[in-house]
Write a protein that binds this ligand. Structure first.
Ligand code: AMP
Length: 189
Protein backbone atom coordinates (compact mmCIF):
# COMPACT_ATOMS: atom_id res chain seq x y z
CA UNK A 1 0.00 0.00 0.00
CA UNK A 2 1.20 3.53 -0.83
CA UNK A 3 -0.14 6.40 1.24
CA UNK A 4 1.53 9.44 -0.27
CA UNK A 5 1.29 12.96 1.06
CA UNK A 6 1.94 15.07 -2.03
CA UNK A 7 3.28 18.18 -0.39
CA UNK A 8 4.30 21.68 -1.42
CA UNK A 9 3.02 25.26 -1.53
CA UNK A 10 -0.08 26.28 -3.46
CA UNK A 11 0.68 26.24 -7.19
CA UNK A 12 3.57 23.81 -6.90
CA UNK A 13 1.85 21.35 -9.27
CA UNK A 14 0.38 18.86 -6.79
CA UNK A 15 -2.96 18.47 -8.58
CA UNK A 16 -1.39 17.92 -12.01
CA UNK A 17 1.08 15.37 -10.69
CA UNK A 18 -1.55 13.63 -8.55
CA UNK A 19 -3.69 12.99 -11.63
CA UNK A 20 -0.75 11.32 -13.38
CA UNK A 21 0.27 9.28 -10.32
CA UNK A 22 -3.29 7.99 -9.90
CA UNK A 23 -3.12 6.49 -13.38
CA UNK A 24 0.20 4.80 -12.84
CA UNK A 25 -0.26 3.45 -9.30
CA UNK A 26 -4.04 2.92 -9.03
CA UNK A 27 -4.29 5.18 -6.00
CA UNK A 28 -7.22 7.33 -4.93
CA UNK A 29 -6.57 11.07 -5.08
CA UNK A 30 -8.06 13.11 -2.26
CA UNK A 31 -7.70 16.89 -2.44
CA UNK A 32 -9.24 18.66 0.55
CA UNK A 33 -9.38 21.89 -1.51
CA UNK A 34 -11.42 20.07 -4.19
CA UNK A 35 -13.69 18.57 -1.51
CA UNK A 36 -14.32 22.04 -0.09
CA UNK A 37 -15.00 23.50 -3.55
CA UNK A 38 -17.51 20.70 -4.18
CA UNK A 39 -19.28 21.52 -0.89
CA UNK A 40 -19.28 25.21 -1.84
CA UNK A 41 -20.83 24.53 -5.24
CA UNK A 42 -23.56 22.51 -3.50
CA UNK A 43 -24.02 25.30 -0.95
CA UNK A 44 -23.86 22.88 1.97
CA UNK A 45 -23.36 24.21 5.52
CA UNK A 46 -19.81 22.81 5.49
CA UNK A 47 -19.14 24.57 2.17
CA UNK A 48 -20.49 27.89 3.41
CA UNK A 49 -18.30 27.67 6.50
CA UNK A 50 -15.19 26.73 4.51
CA UNK A 51 -15.75 29.52 2.01
CA UNK A 52 -15.39 32.21 4.68
CA UNK A 53 -11.81 31.07 5.20
CA UNK A 54 -10.89 30.15 1.64
CA UNK A 55 -11.90 33.57 0.30
CA UNK A 56 -9.36 35.12 2.68
CA UNK A 57 -6.60 32.64 1.80
CA UNK A 58 -6.47 31.23 5.34
CA UNK A 59 -6.80 27.67 6.54
CA UNK A 60 -10.19 26.16 7.33
CA UNK A 61 -10.29 25.01 11.00
CA UNK A 62 -8.84 21.57 11.69
CA UNK A 63 -12.03 20.14 13.21
CA UNK A 64 -13.92 20.75 9.96
CA UNK A 65 -11.14 19.50 7.71
CA UNK A 66 -10.07 16.33 9.51
CA UNK A 67 -13.55 14.79 9.69
CA UNK A 68 -14.14 15.48 6.00
CA UNK A 69 -10.85 13.79 5.01
CA UNK A 70 -11.50 10.73 7.18
CA UNK A 71 -15.01 10.27 5.76
CA UNK A 72 -13.59 10.40 2.25
CA UNK A 73 -10.95 7.74 2.96
CA UNK A 74 -13.57 5.44 4.48
CA UNK A 75 -16.02 6.01 1.61
CA UNK A 76 -13.46 5.15 -1.07
CA UNK A 77 -11.64 2.38 0.86
CA UNK A 78 -8.87 1.79 -1.70
CA UNK A 79 -6.59 -1.06 -0.62
CA UNK A 80 -3.84 0.18 -2.98
CA UNK A 81 -3.69 3.46 -1.12
CA UNK A 82 -4.08 7.20 -1.39
CA UNK A 83 -2.55 10.41 -2.65
CA UNK A 84 -3.35 13.16 -0.19
CA UNK A 85 -3.12 16.58 -1.83
CA UNK A 86 -3.46 19.66 0.38
CA UNK A 87 -3.73 17.59 3.55
CA UNK A 88 -2.31 17.54 6.21
CA UNK A 89 -1.62 21.27 6.42
CA UNK A 90 -1.02 21.57 10.19
CA UNK A 91 0.71 19.48 12.84
CA UNK A 92 -2.69 18.76 14.42
CA UNK A 93 -3.93 17.41 11.07
CA UNK A 94 -0.78 15.27 10.79
CA UNK A 95 -1.30 13.77 14.23
CA UNK A 96 -4.97 13.14 13.52
CA UNK A 97 -4.08 11.50 10.20
CA UNK A 98 -1.54 9.19 11.82
CA UNK A 99 -4.05 8.13 14.50
CA UNK A 100 -6.75 7.59 11.89
CA UNK A 101 -4.52 5.53 9.59
CA UNK A 102 -3.34 3.51 12.58
CA UNK A 103 -6.97 2.70 13.45
CA UNK A 104 -7.32 1.41 9.87
CA UNK A 105 -4.10 -0.66 10.19
CA UNK A 106 -2.11 1.49 7.78
CA UNK A 107 0.18 4.54 7.82
CA UNK A 108 1.64 7.35 5.74
CA UNK A 109 4.37 5.76 3.61
CA UNK A 110 5.82 8.80 1.77
CA UNK A 111 5.82 12.56 1.91
CA UNK A 112 7.13 14.03 -1.34
CA UNK A 113 7.47 17.82 -1.30
CA UNK A 114 7.52 19.75 -4.58
CA UNK A 115 10.06 22.50 -4.16
CA UNK A 116 9.23 25.73 -6.05
CA UNK A 117 10.25 29.25 -4.98
CA UNK A 118 7.76 31.95 -3.95
CA UNK A 119 8.07 34.22 -7.01
CA UNK A 120 7.49 31.32 -9.36
CA UNK A 121 4.46 30.30 -7.24
CA UNK A 122 2.84 33.75 -7.44
CA UNK A 123 3.34 33.85 -11.22
CA UNK A 124 1.94 30.36 -11.72
CA UNK A 125 -1.13 31.06 -9.56
CA UNK A 126 -1.90 34.37 -11.28
CA UNK A 127 -1.63 32.55 -14.61
CA UNK A 128 -3.88 29.70 -13.36
CA UNK A 129 -6.36 32.28 -12.04
CA UNK A 130 -7.11 33.43 -15.60
CA UNK A 131 -8.82 30.10 -16.34
CA UNK A 132 -9.31 28.15 -13.08
CA UNK A 133 -12.40 30.05 -11.99
CA UNK A 134 -10.98 29.98 -8.45
CA UNK A 135 -11.47 33.34 -6.73
CA UNK A 136 -8.46 32.63 -4.48
CA UNK A 137 -6.19 32.41 -7.57
CA UNK A 138 -7.41 35.69 -9.08
CA UNK A 139 -6.25 38.06 -6.36
CA UNK A 140 -2.55 38.61 -5.65
CA UNK A 141 -3.20 39.61 -2.03
CA UNK A 142 -5.03 36.33 -1.35
CA UNK A 143 -2.26 34.36 -3.10
CA UNK A 144 0.36 36.02 -0.87
CA UNK A 145 -1.75 35.27 2.20
CA UNK A 146 -1.89 31.58 1.20
CA UNK A 147 1.91 31.52 0.95
CA UNK A 148 2.19 33.18 4.38
CA UNK A 149 -0.18 30.51 5.80
CA UNK A 150 1.89 27.80 4.16
CA UNK A 151 5.14 29.09 5.67
CA UNK A 152 3.58 29.72 9.10
CA UNK A 153 1.50 26.58 9.62
CA UNK A 154 2.10 24.01 6.91
CA UNK A 155 5.83 23.87 6.23
CA UNK A 156 6.41 22.19 9.65
CA UNK A 157 4.52 19.14 8.41
CA UNK A 158 7.62 18.32 6.33
CA UNK A 159 9.77 18.19 9.49
CA UNK A 160 7.15 16.21 11.37
CA UNK A 161 7.36 13.39 8.81
CA UNK A 162 11.13 13.86 8.37
CA UNK A 163 11.42 12.68 11.98
CA UNK A 164 9.75 9.47 10.81
CA UNK A 165 12.21 9.31 7.87
CA UNK A 166 9.56 9.56 5.19
CA UNK A 167 9.94 13.15 3.93
CA UNK A 168 11.75 13.85 0.70
CA UNK A 169 12.14 17.07 -1.27
CA UNK A 170 11.67 16.91 -5.05
CA UNK A 171 12.71 19.65 -7.49
CA UNK A 172 9.36 21.05 -8.66
CA UNK A 173 10.73 23.13 -11.54
CA UNK A 174 10.95 21.61 -15.02
CA UNK A 175 8.54 20.01 -17.46
CA UNK A 176 5.50 18.13 -16.15
CA UNK A 177 7.02 14.87 -17.40
CA UNK A 178 10.39 15.54 -15.77
CA UNK A 179 8.78 16.23 -12.42
CA UNK A 180 6.56 13.16 -12.78
CA UNK A 181 9.65 11.02 -13.39
CA UNK A 182 11.30 12.40 -10.25
CA UNK A 183 8.22 11.51 -8.20
CA UNK A 184 8.04 8.00 -9.69
CA UNK A 185 11.73 7.44 -8.95
CA UNK A 186 11.15 8.36 -5.32
CA UNK A 187 8.08 6.10 -5.04
CA UNK A 188 9.78 3.16 -6.76
CA UNK A 189 13.02 3.45 -4.75
P1 AMP B 1 -6.05 24.11 -2.23
O1 AMP B 1 -7.04 23.72 -3.27
O2 AMP B 1 -5.32 22.95 -1.65
O3 AMP B 1 -5.12 25.20 -2.70
O4 AMP B 1 -6.89 24.73 -1.02
C1 AMP B 1 -7.68 25.90 -1.19
C2 AMP B 1 -8.09 26.43 0.18
O5 AMP B 1 -8.90 25.44 0.85
C3 AMP B 1 -6.96 26.72 1.15
O6 AMP B 1 -6.42 28.02 0.94
C4 AMP B 1 -7.65 26.59 2.49
O7 AMP B 1 -8.45 27.73 2.78
C5 AMP B 1 -8.61 25.42 2.24
N1 AMP B 1 -7.99 24.12 2.57
C6 AMP B 1 -7.71 23.09 1.73
N2 AMP B 1 -7.16 22.06 2.38
C7 AMP B 1 -7.06 22.43 3.67
C8 AMP B 1 -6.55 21.82 4.85
N3 AMP B 1 -6.00 20.59 4.81
N4 AMP B 1 -6.64 22.52 6.02
C9 AMP B 1 -7.20 23.75 6.06
N5 AMP B 1 -7.67 24.41 4.99
C10 AMP B 1 -7.61 23.76 3.80
Amino acid sequence: MINLILFGPPGSGKGTQANMLVEKYGLTHISTGDLFRHEISNKTPLGLKAQEYMDQGILVPDEVTIGMLENRVDETNNQKGYILDGFPRTIAQSEALDAFFKSRNTSVTHLLALDVDDNEIVNRLLERGKTSGRPDDANEEVIRKRIVEYNAKTSQVYDYYAQKNISQSIDGVGSIDEIFQRLCNALDA
